[in-house]
Design a protein around this ligand. Structure first.
Ligand SMILES: Nc1ncnc2c1ncn2[C@@H]1O[C@H](COP(=O)(O)OP(=O)(O)OP(=O)(O)O)[C@@H](O)[C@H]1O
Ligand SMILES: [Mg+2]
Length: 492
């Protein structure tokens, strides 16, 4: 691991990185930044939350010319939310060198984007559908593009997107640098990607497993119809600061969201059928901590970097190992710890085993918490809140009444009564969740690349075990602003 000032980066960008709180470069940044600045094509694979965005963002900012008035860099990302986030991060890195990135995505008014494109951004970060739209309208010129990045590259080269990517890359000069980044890179997809590249170097950061060891991963074997009550028990016990609950389909997500609301949890939902303004609102509220739970389809599985996400719940087991890796990777980022729990029905146990084989990790088995565990959890939370009030000396206006009460009452009874009052007792209001068929061991329903991906052989060749990450310099106070959202193909 190196400091950024050992990587040959210019003063302005170094200053910007310092402002962002970045001191030490992460392993993927250490190995790819110098290569990229030599002009090499690179495939970068590193675990979720280890700074791949800056691994390509820094060299882009360094290599592009702020005086050039045409788009020189292009990043393609699978979802609107991710395009916005990546553009924000590049804008922070390029702030002092004055390299500007513009997100371009579906669902946002095209006129506004055309206007912004006229402001001569140096980098465009787009979702494929909207990018192609601008290409057709000739509102984006591609002839000066010298760097192209496919973020979440294995997803971008998947069946759902590959034709769009081909169309886009055809318009970009062949004299260019092409970069692929992702936490997962099944071999066949990598081979496919290499066709768009020139002598690419493959950089994989040394890690035995594909998921970060900062996240405790477990599963609960459970009957389909018991899932929701057990989820509620878990939420009561764990009281996540921020938690993401992944469901398999949009309908499922809607039902879960309504059911959680009914039981008094603070939740929002996101999937591809919502309007853009709704998606914006949901993401804003979640990032700002106004709601604690985000119920989501896989639209939120890749790339999103929301600090404070302490828990990920797979209400439905993910379709494939890649999806598992990315979902679980929404927590345990930038050196922070996290916890991920996956519900598995007995008929899906095979599927869980194949995920374990692919990611080279044993997922811990846990038993389902009961209602009385949940009550205990809520009592613990109430006690913690009580102690917090004492620590903050917020009790002062109540002291006099308390004294009077204790003169005539038993102190244990009084505290017990107070606890009863402030404990959120588990709610068991009936809710409606349509039962799902168990997942069969098929590949992605979206028609994913059908190569020997994932499968029982589990083809991930990690290197040696990586050390605990020390690189988080305690920055990563996250942006709370957020705008665009979604993806061009409405798969989720
Ligand atoms: N060198 C660094 N020092 C401190 N924080 C960093 C550093 N590099 C990146 N970060 C922060 O770490 C977090 C995760 O980074 P990023 O989103 O780029 O991860 P990623 O590898 O792209 O993950 P994913 O595979 O989920 O997309 C971000 O909040 C980012 O700002
Ligand atoms: Mg990323």
């Amino acid at each position: 691991m190196k400091l950024f000032n050992e990587l040959g980066i210019g003063k302005e960008t170094l200053k910007a990185l310092e402002n962002m709180g970045f001191e030490e470069a992460t392993p993927i940044q250490t190995s790819t930044i110098p290569l990229l600045m030599e002009g090499k094509d690179v495939i970068g694979q590193a675990q979720t939350g280890t700074g791949k965005t800056a691994a390509f963002g820094v060299p882009m900012v360094e290599m592009l010319d702020p005086a050039e008035g045409m788009v020189q860099g292009l990043v393609v990302a699978p979802t609107r939310e991710l395009a916005v986030q990546v553009a924000e991060e590049i804008n922070r890195i390029g702030q002092i060198k004055k390299i500007r990135a513009l997100p371009i995505y579906g669902g946002q008014e095209i006129g506004r984007q055309i206007k912004s494109l006229k402001n001569k951004p140096h980098i465009v970060v787009g979702t494929p559908g909207r990018l192609m739209d601008h290409m057709r309208r000739k509102t984006i010129r591609m002839e000066k593009i010298s760097m192209v990045v496919l973020d979440e590259a294995d997803e971008m080269l998947n069946m759902g997107f590959i034709e769009d990517i081909e169309t886009i890359l055809k318009e970009v000069p062949t004299e260019r640098q092409t970069l692929l980044f992702s936490a997962t890179m099944p071999k066949p997809i990598q081979k496919l990607g290499e066709q768009f590249m020139q002598n690419p170097e493959l950089i994989r950061t040394k890690a035995k497993e594909m998921t970060v060891d900062l996240t405790e991963q477990s599963y609960i074997e459970i009957m389909e119809r018991k899932k929701f009550d057990v989820l509620c028990n878990l939420l009561d016990i764990q009281s996540p600061e921020l938690g993401i609950i992944f469901g398999r389909t949009k309908k499922r997500v809607d039902e879960l969201y309504e059911a959680l609301q009914k039981r008094g949890y603070s939740a929002e939902a996101i999937h591809g059928d919502l309007t853009q303004s709704r998606r914006d609102q949901v993401m804003r509220r979640f990032k700002q901590g106004q709601v604690e739970l985000l119920v989501a389809t896989d639209v939120a599985a890749r790339g999103l970097d929301i600090s404070g996400v302490t828990h990920v719940y797979n209400f439905d087991i993910p379709q494939d190992p890649e999806s598992y890796v990315h979902r679980v990777g929404r927590t345990g980022r930038a050196g922070k710890t996290g916890e991920a729990i996956t519900f598995v029905t007995s008929r899906e146990m095979d599927h869980l085993r194949s995920i374990e084989q692919s990611i080279k990790k044993k997922i811990l088995r846990k038993s389902a918490p009961t209602l009385s565990d949940a009550l205990e959890g809520q009592q613990r939370t109430a006690v913690e809140n009580l102690l917090q009030i004492i620590e903050n000396k917020e009790y002062l206006p109540y002291q006099e009444v308390a004294r009077e009460l204790l003169e005539e009452n038993d102190s244990t009874l009084m505290v017990a009564a107070a606890l009863k009052l402030i404990t959120k007792e588990p709610v068991t209001i009936p809710v409606k969740i349509t039962e799902q068929e168990p997942l069969r061991r098929s590949r992605k329903s979206s028609g994913g690349y059908k190569g020997s991906k994932s499968g029982s052989k589990g083809g991930y060749k990690g290197g040696k075990p990586g050390g605990k990450s020390r690189w988080n310099s305690g920055n990563s106070r996250k942006k709370t602003d957020n705008r665009g959202k979604s993806q061009s193909k409405n798969k989720w």
